[in-house]
Write a protein of this length. Structure first.
Length: 174
């Protein structure tokens, strides 16, 4: 086995990325405080060719040195939008035909393993604050909640890890 060189990876240019058909997901960040997490989300969004990232409330926005450190240029390829209120982002996306799914431990949540996205539908995936999770108001506006199965002593994953797990799982199902 031999590790591939960067030029062998056939990565898209930023223009090719922008012109490529996208995976029908928008990631919504509900008051995420860590700039490093935000940068990681951009990088993951780029990797899965998603439509956009919505940055809401206290969530930092590009350009910012701490976001750029983990995004590694993905803020230039991935479309993003800022909303002062997450609920406004969710209402806007719903009006644009997105199914709103919060990633949260909630009554009636569905295990990620059991959640099956419908082909032809578009999904707004809401991820919450590192400590408080997705705001109750936003859960109330959601069509459903999905929960990532966990088996240890902790009750949550890092937000950037959660985004990666969910996008990897759902991208393989759509």
């Amino acid at each position: 086995m031999r590790k591939l060189a960067n030029e062998e990876l056939n990565r898209k240019s930023i223009n090719e990325f922008r012109e490529s058909p996208k995976t029908p997901f928008v990631v919504v960040l509900d008051n995420v405080r860590s700039l490093n997490n935000i940068g990681s989300v951009f990088r993951t969004a780029d990797a899965f060719l998603i439509e956009a990232v919505c940055l809401c409330g206290i969530t930092g926005t590009p350009p910012h040195r701490e976001i750029n450190k983990t995004a590694l240029g993905a803020t230039e390829s991935v479309t993003w939008k800022y909303f002062s209120e997450t609920a406004d982002a969710v209402r806007t996306l719903r009006d644009e035909g997105y199914v709103v799914v919060s990633v949260e431990q909630a009554e009636g949540s569905v295990s990620l393993a059991d959640f099956m996205p419908v082909r032809g539908s578009k999904y707004a995936l809401v991820f919450g604050h590192e400590i408080n999770g997705v705001a109750q108001e936003v859960i109330g506006l959601s069509d459903s909640c999905i929960e990532i199965p966990q088996f240890g002593t902790k009750h949550s994953f890092n937000i950037a890890v959660s985004v990666g797990i969910v996008l990897w799982d759902l991208s393989g199902k759509i």
